[in-house]
Each structure stands twice: as C-alpha cells, then as structure tokens.
Design a protein around this ligand. Sequence first.
Ligand code: ADP
Ligand code: MG
Length: 255
Amino acid sequence: MSDIILETRGLTKHYGGVHALSDANFTLRRGEHVAIMGDNGAGKSTFVRQITGVEQPTRGQIIFDGVEQAFDGPIKAREAGIETVFQNLALADDLDVPSNLFLGREKFRFKLGPFSILDKKAMLEATKAALEKTAVKIPSLSNTIRNMSGGQRQCVAIARTAAFKSKLVIMDEPTAALGVQETAQVENIIRTLKEAGEPLILISHNMRQVFDLVDRIVVFRRGRIVANLRKEDTDGQDVVAYITGAKTGSEYEAA
Ligand SMILES: Nc1ncnc2c1ncn2[C@@H]1O[C@H](COP(=O)(O)OP(=O)(O)O)[C@@H](O)[C@H]1O
Ligand SMILES: [Mg+2]
C-alpha cells in the first residue's frame, strides 16, 4: 500500500477564459494534515471541487488511494471515502440532525425492493455518539437544520466528517463564520481526526489555527501552487509573503 493517499498531477480548471487552477501537483500522505492557504480567488475551492467530483477538471490526473479517479459527482467521491465540508454548506434544511448525518447512508430496519423503514432509533443513537465524541453541543437533535444558527449548522456538517470512518477529510474554511467557542469545537474534531490517523486537507485563513493543527502548508496564488512548506521550516511571516506574492521563492519542491 502506497504511503500517498491523494495525488494530483497537472490538475487544471478553466472557466471559459478564467484560469482558476493551473497545473496543480499536490500530494497528501496517509495520516498527514495539510493546510491550503491563499488569498481570495487563489483557486483553493476550485481545487477542492475538482478532487471531490463536484466539477470535472479541464485536464490533469487525480490519484486517490492508488487509483486514478474521475468522480462524476460528490456522492461518488464520498463513496470512495472522501468526506468534505464545502465552503458553502450542503445540508438538507428540512431534515433533522440525524437525517443530515446519515444522508446517503441511512440505516434501515427493513428493506425489500422499494419498501423500506428507516431505523430512526439507531441513527439517533449513532448521532448522539458522534456528537459526544466531537464535543459539539446541539440542543435538540430533532430540530430541522433550518431552525439552527449558522454555527450549529456548520458544526453538524463537521461532526459528520468525524462520525464515519473515511479515508480523507476535506474542510473548506470550516471556521470562517464561527465564534470562538464553536471554532474550538471544530479544532478539537480536527485533533480527533489526527489521532485516528485520518488525513485532512484544511483550507483556512487563520494562521494561528493552521500552525496549531497541521503538519504542512501549501500556498495557492492566482491558481498555482507557489509554496509547499513543512510547518517547522516556516513561520507566519514567511507564509504571508508567499500568499501576497512578496516572496515567489524557489520552485515548488516536495516537502
Ligand atoms: N463557476 C465559476 N465560474 C467562473 N469563474 C469561477 C467559478 N468559480 C470560481 N471562479 C473563479 O476562479 C478563481 C478561483 O476561485 P476560488 O477557487 O473560489 O478561490 P478561493 O477559494 O481560493 O477563494 C476566481 O477568480 C473565481 O472568480
Ligand atoms: Mg474558497
């Protein structure tokens, strides 16, 4: 089994004339936590949408868990073991918390052809256990998502990544809209994932958070990867210099 869980080679996405992502060569090792940083419009979310099957790249390769992949939708990526919290959340407003956690992988008490009965009790118990594990507090699990605060919704989405064993977790700016306490909860989930050996890609603008949590920082600028830095070899000032383009530095090297 290869040490690498995800690799992209020459991954490129154009939207008409907009070169949102150009020739991204990226690797992630098993168990590794990597931050992607970069200014607004640098191509971070575009990169995530290509590797999670939300969009199809203009060109380039995606090798996930040793196999070249062309996911034709986010469900396919999820079935392959990639759990993603997108920048713009994809939660079902009219469903309660357990239903959102189990969306696409419901537990059934009974299933025969088109006839099925959901196992609500099992899903509720599993939801409680998942939220307990992540220390996320949601007052009433049977509330529909629609009635929750932005922070609570985000926490449900993030708890989902920790509730199921996955091969890769991706979070696109998970704490950008959260308060201090909720941010701390999300950071705890990320630490739990690290302890469980689950690799993570974290997109974040929060330098303190990035240096607290990850092993490596990859900087995107104008659609290109411009730096690949081991945490111990860099600091906040250095990273900002790459983000702003003050430092263009050496060619991209494998850290
Ligand atoms: N669907 C789209 N159509 C056209 N341009 C897009 C689309 N999505 C993103 N872009 C452009 O691609 C570039 C990268 O955007 P994005 O990946 O969202 O950056 P980031 O997540 O780093 O802020 C930006 O110039 C953005 O305007
Ligand atoms: Mg983005």
